[in-house]
Design a protein around this ligand. Structure first.
Ligand code: ADP
Ligand code: NI
Length: 216
């Protein structure tokens, strides 16, 4: 991968090796690859900041780490070992702290260009065929049912609501279908729209099989 210091990759690979909640190294690699693609449209962006933030964006997620402080210290040491400047490290930290959908629920945080690229790439990986796979994988991890026609998708959600088990199909309405309009860059929006169209086809086929519509 372009511009990603090896020490950062090694640190992330070691920390995420055992994850089974959809935050595996393969997710990080796909996000980094998508960032590479998006970066070609933004030569003014700092690629080292973008790629380092892409690689480390899920490392301090409180869903994944019980005690964040020691991991944060190791991460800061790793950034310095990678040769990043104090300004670059501050820029990366500002991105990883404010990237997530839930971090922006209460108030919208204005990300740098590099942060907008990483956020778009992270959100794109929640869409399309891979997004569908990840959603069901996550649902199995939390013990949520695939679908329940008696539970309507929620329309207003707080951060705590996103932690609650709801049927996987509801997550499509509660978050994933909304991501198209939340993309920062037009290049990501185009990819998001294609992926969401595919997911809508999937959900419609899923429901027609569930209810045995049109089968007899
Ligand atoms: P990230 O931190 O990479 O943005 P999240 O932690 O929000 O992603 O979610 C990881 C994956 O699990 C995503 O693909 C997301 O769509 C899926 N996911 C998160 N919450 C739910 C949920 N309540 N039901 C089903 N899938 C979920
Ligand atoms: Ni992520």
């Amino acid at each position: 991968m372009l511009m990603t210091p090896k020490v950062i990759q090694a640190f992330v690979e070691a920390r995420m090796a055992t994850d089974h909640s959809g935050h595996d190294v393969a997710h990080i690699q796909r996000v980094a690859q998508l960032c590479d693609v998006l970066l070609t449209n933004y030569p003014e962006a700092d690629a080292a900041i973008t790629m380092s933030a892409a690689w480390t964006h899920d490392i301090l997620d409180d869903k994944l780490v019980a005690d964040i402080a020691p991991v944060r210290r190791q991460l800061m040491t790793t950034y310095a070992e990678a040769g990043l400047t104090a300004d670059q490290i501050a820029a990366i930290t500002a991105i990883t702290a404010h990237l997530s959908f839930s971090a922006n629920l209460k108030q919208h945080y204005q990300l740098s260009l590099e942060g907008q690229i990483v956020q778009d790439a992270d959100r794109l990986d929640a869409l399309g065929a891979i997004g569908i796979g990840r959603a069901f994988y996550y649902g199995a991890h939390t013990g949520a049912p695939m679908y329940d026609p008696d539970i309507a998708p929620r329309t207003t959600m707080t951060k705590a609501d996103y932690r609650q088990k709801s049927p996987v199909i509801n997550h499509f309405y509660e978050k994933l279908f909304k991501l198209g309009d939340l993309m920062n860059t037009p290049e990501a929006k185009k990819i998001a729209d294609e992926r969401i169209t595919f997911m809508q086809t999937f959900v419609s086929q899923f429901k027609s099989e569930w209810h045995l519509d049109n089968n007899f």
